[in-house]
Design a protein around this ligand. Structure first.
Ligand SMILES: Cc1ncc(COP(=O)(O)O)c(C=O)c1O
Length: 444
């Protein structure tokens, strides 16, 4: 359904309606209700690409049989799953066979954590290692203090219940952990290192590949002295579709994939170097080789495959385009607000930050991120990750070394494939007017 506003511009009435552009099948606009809304919250979620919607619809209508059924329709569903796996594998440079479909990133992250801890405990109980002290201590996990809640909360729960020892390496140096600090935290009973690939709030890319290089040597030494191997996991939710994510080059054991962060549906996957190292969170019908039982969500898996195919095809072009628009946004913010704005976690080397993310603080007394956004009713952005939408102070910013006062007045502006320079101008103008109104109110 369409309508026209006073300026005769056509908008869609549906929320987050996706319009395939006539120019290119990859272009689409995001319009919300009848107003000229600008969406700059692509790190929270992305709309589903029209090509993905088409594939999902086709699958729901035509490939609905159970992939475990042996008749032709079941085989077609199984083939569709395999084909999706291949598209994801192509994007991430892994084998199709390395991929386990999950409900999303939360499940993939939980699966890695619970599985690794449990398998480690079993191996220790089996007396596979001569070091008797290992039996007395809990498994030790190393992570960072800027991880997503789907990593940090299961770990904290395990620690609280007395099942693991936990080290959270600090990212206070500009939002990036040091690979040396991570490996320096290793203990004889360490079984897992989990470090996100890129942070959802600051966009800072973490040195996962460097950690893997250190770990390769350390694991070789540990093998010689009969200590358990340490597995490496990265939650790549925010990296995929924005930067090149290469499973082989990263050399991790596990990698988390989240469809709705790169124009796919709400489904996820876990890439595992050795699937046998995984233990299921659920028990049931034996699907996904028993690692993730439950009748497969074929249509969403097909959608994830299509999102991966698109990301693979478009990535080089998109990365540089998003970076140009993001850099323009930061430049315009600087020009408009002068030293009233300060950017958080902006490394000198641009490639150390996601090309689409801008974390900016508007430093004026009495001004807060939520207050600024409340004055910008046509801007969809965030004051931190979507989890902090209720106005709590972002733990990630504080952990990244951002002072509390700055963290309070921070906006996260994350752009998408279709964000234009024109959108940037509109948003900067909205912010300018909002800040002016708030300043007037403070003076009153
Ligand atoms: C870095 C990161 N990891 C994991 C997740 C969890 O994904 P989901 O909510 O789809 O399970 C998110 C989602 O916000 C995320 O940003």
């Amino acid at each position: 359904m369409q309508t026209k506003d006073k300026n005769s511009r056509i908008y869609c009435l549906t929320t987050l309606n996706i319009i395939a552009s006539s120019k290119s099948s990859y272009r689409f606009a995001v319009c919300v209700m009848m107003n000229d809304i600008i969406y700059m919250d692509y790190n929270a979620t992305t709309p589903v690409a029209p090509e993905v919607v088409r594939k999902i619809t086709d699958s729901l209508q035509n490939v609905w049989a159970n992939p475990s059924s042996s008749y032709p329709e079941g085989i077609a569903a199984k083939t569709a799953l395999q084909s999706a796996r291949k598209d994801i594998a192509l994007l991430l440079n892994c084998e199709a066979d390395n991929i386990v479909f999950t409900s999303g990133g939360t499940e993939a992250n939980n699966m890695v954590i619970f599985s690794t801890v449990s398998k480690y405990k079993s191996r220790i109980q089996e007396n596979l290692y001569p070091d008797g002290d290992l039996k007395k201590s809990n498994p030790h996990v190393i992570t960072t203090d800027i991880e997503h809640d789907s990593v940090i909360l299961p770990l904290k729960k395990l620690k609280e219940d007395g099942f693991v020892e936990l080290t959270e390496v600090s990212a206070k140096n500009g939002g990036m952990v040091s690979a040396r600090d991570v490996v320096a935290a290793i203990q004889p009973n360490t079984c897992l290192i989990t470090v996100m690939l890129a942070n959802n709030e600051t966009g800072i890319i973490q040195p996962v590949e460097e950690i893997a290089k250190y770990l390769k040597k350390i694991n070789a030494e540990r093998a010689n002295i009969c200590l358990p191997q340490i597995l490496l996991h990265t939650d790549a939710a925010q990296g995929i579709g924005k930067i090149s994510v290469n499973f082989e080059t990263l050399n991790v054991d596990y990698l988390t994939v989240v469809g709705h962060k790169f124009y796919g549906p709400r489904i996820g996957a876990l890439v595992a170097k050795d699937k046998k190292s995984l233990q299921p969170l659920l028990y049931g019908g034996g699907q996904e080789e028993g690692i993730r039982p439950g009748t497969e969500n074929v249509a969403m898996a097909v959608g994830l495959g299509e999102a991966a195919r698109l990301a693979h095809k478009l990535l080089p072009e998109l990365t540089s385009k998003m970076q140009q628009v993001r850099d323009h946004l930061e430049q315009r913010l600087e020009e408009t607000f002068g030293n009233m704005v300060e950017f958080n976690c902006r490394p000198k080397v641009t490639s150390l930050r996601l090309p689409n993310t801008c974390s900016v603080s508007v430093c004026r007394q009495g001004m807060t991120g939520p207050a600024i956004l409340a004055e910008c009713p046509r801007l969809r952005a965030s004051t931190g990750s979507a989890c902090h939408a209720l106005g709590q102070l972002s733990g990630v910013l504080i952990a990244s070394g951002v002072p509390r006062q700055k963290a309070c007045c921070t906006l996260r502006l994350s752009i998408g494939r279709e964000t234009t320079q024109h959108d940037v101008e509109t948003v900067v103008e909205q912010l300018r007017q909002a800040v002016k109104r708030l300043e007037t109110n403070v003076v009153k």
